[in-house]
Design a protein. Structure first.
Length: 239
């Protein structure tokens, strides 16, 4: 049994089908990459998985139990957390306070939430930034704050939505190291990423989407060499 399973998941917005009959599984302990051109439907898949949208059709199972139809906070409490492509921290709170807000999904006690937030910020190497106002952070640290907030919920499965976008080369390398450290701690990862060097380096399996449909799934090498994937990214002439 896969840790996460999507079975024929479809999401429509009025007459527009954003995701069609999506079926795949994420195994416990792996890093699974989700790729595709802009507008392929990747973030919509994340939004359906974490309960932001209800699927129009299909089932989503996490640890063998259906989660489609649950609220995002209910799914989070079951051990599934995510980051967001557009980073929006609570600007008037400090970094530590931002992470504490997430920790309250696991505890009602302030001192426990603080301890969990301290652990998450240390894990993501943000100790020196804990007392900074979140609204003053540069993009690279805002991206890292997203990961710290998600980790404070104690996830078994972490969904990362373009955490490398807009980072300089040094920040990319640091974020790769943190993602690997998260994975080595026992957290399964499902990641959306446009940086092909990053996604090919860290993923064990990939799924490529185009126009809301799955067009290829397999090892990074298998997906990269698939003519349908090459066509989706570069056009029919290159395929």
């Amino acid at each position: 049994m896969s840790l996460l399973e999507l079975k024929g998941v479809t999401k429509r917005f009025g007459g527009l089908q954003a995701v069609g009959h999506m079926t795949f599984g994420v195994e416990k302990g792996e890093i699974f990459g989700l790729i595709g051109p802009n507008g392929a439907g990747k973030t919509t898949v994340f939004n359906v998985i974490n309960g932001f949208y209800a699927p129009s059709e299909g089932e989503i199972l996490f640890k063998g139990e259906r989660i489609d139809g649950l609220k995002p906070y209910e799914i989070c409490r079951r051990g599934l957390a995510r980051t967001f492509q557009v980073v929006k921290p609570l600007a008037r709170l400090t970094v530590l306070e931002n992470v504490m807000v997430s920790a309250f999904s696991r505890t009602d006690h302030r001192h426990e939430a603080r301890a969990m937030a301290l652990e998450a910020t240390a894990f993501t190497e943000m100790e020196a930034w804990r007392d900074r106002m979140a609204g003053s952070l540069p993009l690279g640290m805002r991206k890292r704050l997203e990961m710290a907030r998600a980790l404070a919920t104690k996830p078994e499965l972490l969904l990362l939505d373009e955490n490398f976008a807009g980072l300089n080369p040094a920040e990319v390398e640091k974020t790769i190291a943190i993602v690997r450290k998260i994975h080595e701690s026992g957290v399964t990862i499902l990641i959306i990423e446009h940086n092909m060097r990053v996604i090919m380096t860290i993923s064990q399996r990939l799924l490529c989407m185009c126009y809301g449909e799955k067009i290829s799934e397999g090892t990074p090498q298998e997906v990269a060499n698939n003519p349908s994937v090459i066509e989706a990214y570069l056009g029919a002439a290159h395929a």
